[in-house]
Design a protein around this ligand. Structure first.
Ligand code: PLP
Length: 640
């Protein structure tokens, strides 16, 4: 194996491929975050330094770091990509994006997006009444009349009334008709309010997408109107004399669409609907293509599910080209182009950092004493396998060892051998795997049958985080996120591990990692040094993860901090937010912390009466209980 350098680390963990110019391995072996992306003078800042600074401030891990610079840069890249495509193709209108609040509803994120999106009149897409309230309040101070609000989802009278109020206040607040029933209610409420609404229709798109979220597309998608429902909608609007209100077509092809050809095909189909609506006499003027732009989580730059075979510029250029070509042919004026790009805007900006609390090691094997196996033949065979593991007969030896181990297990289950002997057999089996692993490390090609044994040898590194709270998609849909150590990258990692969280759920583990150009079940990690924290980062977690997180095992929100990186690489920690306390998460699940304290207090009193504890212990016991209630839900090292 060539000497390990930071370049090897970059290769192995794939940082340059998934990092989109925002992350890099620094010469000192720490993971760097760039103040700005390509094209400008770049300066990278150590993520590990930020973690140390947070610890100095007594902010305990796990923490979520949000990088404002990255948010701002992604918004700029998206808008510039469309501006360039529009200019170079002489498209006759402009692009105006809206951020779908559901992708990250955190106040600081929304406020930052609105602030940095001002030059491009960046608006918001909402899918519920609470989200609309957030949108109206957040845009209030930022020239709301120049921005768009797009209202999706099922809408009741109250939701519609709120949209109409926004319209009265001078905001272009589009009500998107998602179901055939909605229009009657919208017409009723707008007649009552005396307001002409800005209306859009959401059309189902039959073109099916590849990738994880392909069910949002196709004829059987839950949302949107079929062709005949769109036609009925137009007729109803004509009958009510309100066709002039119909000014937007919306379609959403799905999220994380890996293949640009699918996007082109979907857009082409939607354009035919747009043209038809225009020809029916609706003024139209806005084409809202929903979300779907992917993020290259694996860095493989391919049309596989965790990746994408296009970049932001190509996405914009292809959409603009498809729209222009179709509409020019049909002599339809070019509409304002809107996208509800969510994931691609926010994914890069958040990083979850957690410390490793403990490890369970399988790869360090203590061999049992040679003569202590009471003449057991299976143990003797396992010893033979240990002594004869070599590259020539690797597969055969490993298969033999696995077979003998099973034999030994049978003997144990039938009560023929002791627990001690079984433990010796296990050790010998792992010793064969450890020898095999060393040989495999130098093999140019490792057959799949052998690779599967690697996972058995992997250590377990216990991370101070909850998968269900912080990376729910990793559990729910096997979403791959780049995960790697954020320091010691100039040292060769000597171990391979799966990362387990601290929930007591066997699903609470990460076992998919980027390994060069492969996806591996184990992560290369370093030995843990005594008295030294080892930190792992989970990257690209700014989209969906914060909102979908659940309170499984009652682990709450992590501590959070926003980071501004200055041009010279120095940084400022802003808006530190404490994660949930135990009392907080208990109240989310309908417990009243005060009542719990009262119940505990009376229990303690009863134990004094019964003589279990002395009266002078009472105060301390109750104070401990109270302190626990106000503490962090995650593992806290003493003194934190
Ligand atoms: N718009 C709608 C209607 C959606 O349902 C979604 C998410 O699925 C989005 C926008 C955001 O999509 P993405 O995050 O893929 O950009």
């Amino acid at each position: 194996m060539p000497d390990w350098t930071t370049t090897t680390a970059d290769e192995r963990y794939g940082v340059s491929r998934w990092g989109a110019d925002y992350f890099s391995v620094m010469d000192n072996g720490e993971l760097g975050v760039f103040s700005a992306s390509s094209g400008e003078s770049r300066c990278s800042t150590s993520l590990f330094d930020m973690v140390k600074r947070l610890q100095e401030r007594n902010i305990a891990p796990p923490f979520l770091l949000r990088f404002n610079n990255i948010l701002e840069h992604q918004v700029r890249l998206l808008n510039e990509a469309f501006a360039n495509a529009i200019e170079s193709q002489q498209y006759g209108n402009r692009y105006q994006g809206v951020f779908p609040i559901k992708v990250n509803q955190q106040r600081h994120v929304i406020e930052k997006l609105i602030e940095v999106g001002s030059p491009w009149q960046y608006g918001l897409e909402v899918g519920s009444k609470p989200e609309l309230i957030v949108a109206l309040a957040s845009l209030a101070q930022h020239q709301p009349e120049e921005r768009l609000i797009v209202c999706s989802g099922y809408k009741d009278a109250e939701f519609i009334d709120l949209c109409l109020t926004a319209t009265q206040l001078g905001i272009r607040c589009f009500i998107v008709i998602e179901t055939p029933q909605e229009l009657t209610l919208i017409l009723e409420r707008s007649a009552k309010a005396g307001v002409d609404p800005f209306l859009g229709v959401r059309s189902k798109i039959s073109t099916e997408m590849s990738g994880h979220w392909n069910e949002t597309s196709g004829d059987r998608s839950v949302f949107g109107l079929t062709a005949s429902q769109v036609v009925r909608c137009v007729d109803q609007l004509k009958a009510a004399g309100k066709l002039h209100c119909l000014q937007l077509l919306h379609f959403h092809l799905g999220s994380q669409i890996p293949d640009i050809r699918d996007i082109r095909n979907g857009v082409s189909e939607a354009l035919q609907v747009y043209v038809s609506l225009f020809q029916e006499g609706a003024p139209m003027g806005t084409l809202n293509m929903g979300g779907g732009m992917a993020v290259d989580y694996s860095g493989l730059r391919s049309s596989t599910e965790h990746s994408m075979n296009y970049g932001l510029d190509e996405y914009a250029a292809d959409v603009v080209e498809a729209v222009k070509a179709t509409l020019d042919e049909q002599e339809v004026p070019h509409p304002v182009l809107v996208s509800e790009t969510g994931r691609a805007i926010v994914a890069y900006s958040s990083v979850l950092v957690f410390n490793i609390l403990d490890t369970m090691e399988f790869s360090t094997v203590d061999l049992p004493a040679r003569d202590a196996h009471d003449g057991n033949e299976v143990i003797a065979n396992l010893w033979h396998a240990v002594d004869n593991t070599s590259e020539q007969r690797l597969q055969e030896t490993v298969n033999d060892a696995a077979y003998y181990r099973e034999e030994l297990l049978k003997q144990f289950s039938q009560g023929h051998i002791s627990l001690r002997l079984r433990a010796d057999g296990d050790q010998l089996f792992y010793a064969v795997l450890a020898k095999a692993e060393k040989i495999m490390a130098d093999m140019p090609y490792v057959p799949d049958d052998l690779k599967k044994y690697r996972a058995l040898l992997a250590d377990v590194y216990y991370g101070n985080f909850s998968l269900f709270q912080s990376l729910p998609d990793a559990w729910a849909i096997d979403q791959l996120f780049p995960v790697m150590p954020i320091h010691r990258l100039d040292e060769e990692p000597q171990r391979r591990a799966v990362i387990s969280d601290i929930t007591c759920d066997c699903d609470g583990k990460i076992d998919q990692f980027i390994d060069g150009y492969d996806i591996s079940g184990t992560l290369p990690v370093h030995n843990i040094r005594p008295e030294e924290d080892y930190f792992i980062g989970a990257f690209l977690v700014g989209g969906y993860q914060e909102t979908l997180g659940s309170l499984h095992n009652l682990f709450g929100d992590t501590n959070m901090v926003s980071v501004d990186i200055r041009g010279d690489g120095s940084f400022k920690l802003n808006q530190e937010l404490d994660g949930d306390s135990i009392a907080d998460v208990l109240s989310y699940t309908e417990y009243d912390p005060r009542q719990l304290l009262e119940q505990f207090r009376s229990f303690v009193e009863s134990r004094i009466d019964s003589g279990h504890i002395a009266a002078n212990q009472r105060r301390k016991i109750i104070r401990n209980f109270q302190d626990s209630m106000s503490g962090y839900t995650y593992y806290e090292t003493e003194g934190e």
